[in-house]
Design a protein around this ligand. Structure first.
Ligand SMILES: Nc1ncnc2c1ncn2[C@@H]1O[C@H](COP(=O)(O)OP(=O)(O)O)[C@@H](O)[C@H]1O
Ligand SMILES: [Mg+2]
Length: 153
């Protein structure tokens, strides 16, 4: 059973503001997927999410390093698996420990690693509508994910 919420944002800041709301309710072990084409707003959402957790630094897109870690009140692991190729890379990098630990994990391009990562609590789908408009659908896949949907609606 999935539960979902749908939004339309009119600029990057609106997308970031949406993410700040999620930041207010996030808990250790939450697993969040960000899915959508390049330029659809995933990293923009991540910036808002980190801002919502009072992070004031620069948010880099971890497209080459695959992972960027933020030690805030909670530890946030931001994955970008766009360039992820070999599933063995996952184990070698020790990513399983992050996913199975007490951090919050947010993953861009989870499609690239379906065989090694579990099902998300929340999957957020980004669709490019025009230059400034994006459709954002937040789907809750676990009981925790559905609880998040209730808290966000
Ligand atoms: N409504 C919007 N939501 C998110 N990003 C937007 C929006 N309108 C314009 N943009 C711009 O689109 C780009 C999205 O890039 P990014 O967040 O890096 O995408 P992705 O991580 O999905 O590849 C940014 O340059 C951002 O400023
Ligand atoms: Mg990105």
């Amino acid at each position: 059973m999935t539960k979902e919420l749908s939004f339309l944002t009119n600029d990057a800041n609106e997308t970031a503001l949406l993410a700040e709301k999620l930041a207010k309710i996030v808990k250790p072990r939450d697993l969040i997927f960000l899915q959508g084409d390049l330029g659809s707003g995933k990293t923009t959402y991540m910036r808002g999410f980190l801002r919502g957790l009072n992070f004031t630094g620069k948010v880099k897109s971890p497209s080459y390093t695959l992972l960027e870690q933020y030690d805030l009140e909670l530890t946030i692991n931001h994955f970008d698996l766009y360039r992820f190729k070999d599933q063995r890379e996952w184990d070698d990098a020790g990513f399983n420990e992050f996913i199975n630990g007490n951090d919050v994990n947010v993953i861009e391009w989870p499609e690239r690693a379906v065989d090694v990562i579990p099902i998300s609590d929340l999957t957020i789908f980004f669709t490019y509508l025009d230059d400034k408009k994006r459709k954002i659908v937040i789907e809750g896949n676990s009981s925790r994910g559905r609880q998040c949907i209730d808290l966000l609606s």
